[in-house]
Each structure stands twice: as C-alpha cells, then as structure tokens.
Write a protein that binds this ligand. Sequence first.
Ligand code: TRP
Length: 346
Amino acid sequence: MNMNANALASSQTATKPVILTGDRPTGSLHIGHFVGSLRNRVSLQDSHQQFILLADLQALTDNMADPDKVTSNVTEVALDYLAVGIDPGKTRICLQSQLPALSEMAMLYLNLVTVARLERNPTIKEEIRARGFERDIPAGFLCYPVSQAADITGFRATVVPVGEDQLPMIEQTNEIVRRINRQTGRDVLPETTALLSKTGRLPGIDGKAKMSKSLGNAISLSASPDEIDKAVQQMYTDAGHLRVSDPGKVEGNVVFTYLDAFDPEVDEVATLKDHYRRGGLGDSMLKQRLSSILNEIIGPIRERRYELARDLGMVRDIVRDGTQSAQELTQATLDDIKCAFGLFRL
Ligand code: TRP
C-alpha cells in the first residue's frame, strides 16, 4: 500500500463506528457461535472498525486452576475467526492479557461500582449458580463485568454485538461511563449500544438450551462430513412422531430450529413445516436436507482452518499486529481517563 492509499484508509476508518466483541478462549468455537456472532462479525467488518478481543484474562476468572486450557485455546479461537472469514486487513484480533491499559482501567472502575451492584447482575448470578461457587466466588469472577466495561470503553466502542446474556454487561458499562462523565464534567467516554443478533441462541443437538463443547452437544466448526451426519442423526425431533404418516411437532424440534438458522430457502422450510404438521413427512428426509446444508457451510470453513493451521506463525503474527495497534488505542483512552480525574503526572 503506498502512502496515499494508507492515508485514505485511515481517514475512512476514522469515521466508521467502532465495534468491540470478544470471546473467552476456553475451547474452539462451534456452529452456535457461528449463527450467534461469527457470521455477524464477518458482515460488519466492512461498515465498522472492528476489534475482536481474545479475552484470556476474563477466561481465567474461572479457570485459574487450569491456565493451560485458556492459553492453548487462544490460537484455536484465532484460527476459527480467520477460517470463518474474519479479515485481518479489516478486523483487528487482540489478546486481552497483552493490553495492560485495560487492567489499569478496570482497577479504577472498581471504585465506581458496589459489591451489591455486582451481585445483582443477572448473568453473574446465573453463572455463579451454574458453576456451584456458592460462597467461594473468586473476586475476579464477580468483578469481570467491570473488566469487560474496561474492554469496551478502552476501545471507545459504540457498538457491541452480543447475545442477550451480555445485556447486563452493557448496562453496567454505561453506568460506569455516565458516572465518569458526570463526575469529571467531561465527555471522556462514549456510551455504547448492544447490537442483538437476529437469531437467538442455537440449542445443542440434544435440544438443551445451550450448545457447548463440554456438554458434548455441539457441532464444531471443523467437523468432518461423518461427524456432521452423526450429529444430525442424533438430533432430537418429536418423540410423538413415530410413523411418517403421523402429524409432527415443529416447535421444539431441533431439526427445524437448525433449518430456520441455516437454510437460505425460507419459503421451502415453511412448506416443509406445514407438511410435517399435517403428517406424511419423515424425519430422515429433513435430516438429509440439514446435513447437506451444514456440510456446505462447514466444509469450506474446515478446509480453510486446516490450511491456516499449517502456518501458526502467521496466525500469531496476525494476533500480535492486532494487539499492537490496540495497545496504542487503549493506552490513549487510559491517559484521557487519568487526566480527567486529575491523577498525578510525573
Ligand atoms: N463476556 C463475553 C463472553 O463470555 C466475552 C467478552 C469479553 C466480551 N470482553 C468482551 C464480549 C467485550 C463483548 C465485549 O462471551
């Protein structure tokens, strides 16, 4: 790129709204992530200046006994991003633990939040229950919404594409932003907005609300054709639909939920649903259809991922470059905040 093109590119990105999203790198990503967030990120990267955070520090808040699980998955998740079409020329992929300004911001923000407020966060409440922490909650875990507020504001992100479970985090972030702006009498930080994905959370192949690698009900982004077929065969349909001629239920039928999420032929799916409800449409025909659609989507991702994995040095370089550019940005935000509070400068 010559100088002029460079200047042009930066003047264009300067006007684009900033997006920050992120994932905890605790395992490679699956098709639930793909419908819930990854495909959105691919389409948003042209119209926005997008940063994606590999939130390893956040992942450690409940994995400190097994840091290897987190560090070994940093590259896996970065590979998933690149394989689905995240373009490092448009989107910066950054590693949270290499951005010390974010931790410093979190340290300041902790003084603007009460423990009671943290305990009221519905997502945290649910996660504490699910993890069985009871009274032994790691302090870092309870406080991760504050660290996430630092992530979002550190990048001056005004758009955060998230699932519904992350809405309380956005709310807490904006409370902190308003508090800082009010107290310092300056517009130090912008408020941020959640961008909810249109498709809700994809259930696991067993129909359970959450698809997760650890529950064994996920389809990975590198699943082979055999693994895809096997997963689709196992999918829950309708226990009352014993013979092809029986009328079947569409609601709660995992195969239809997946067709809704992945099948581009919306009208055909509507016709299939009518037919299924009337009776006369067998599960196997639907499963074949779904299997071939999933193969078409996952096939190219799997192959690209395989190719990329042959050059992990390049993947690491991409994350290093992305992180370096984020270091400057987040440090500048931290300096602004310190200055607004009038912290001592030597
Ligand atoms: N909490 C998010 C999750 O569990 C991950 C995350 C960390 C994040 N920092 C973020 C998401 C900033 C959006 C913005 O998936």
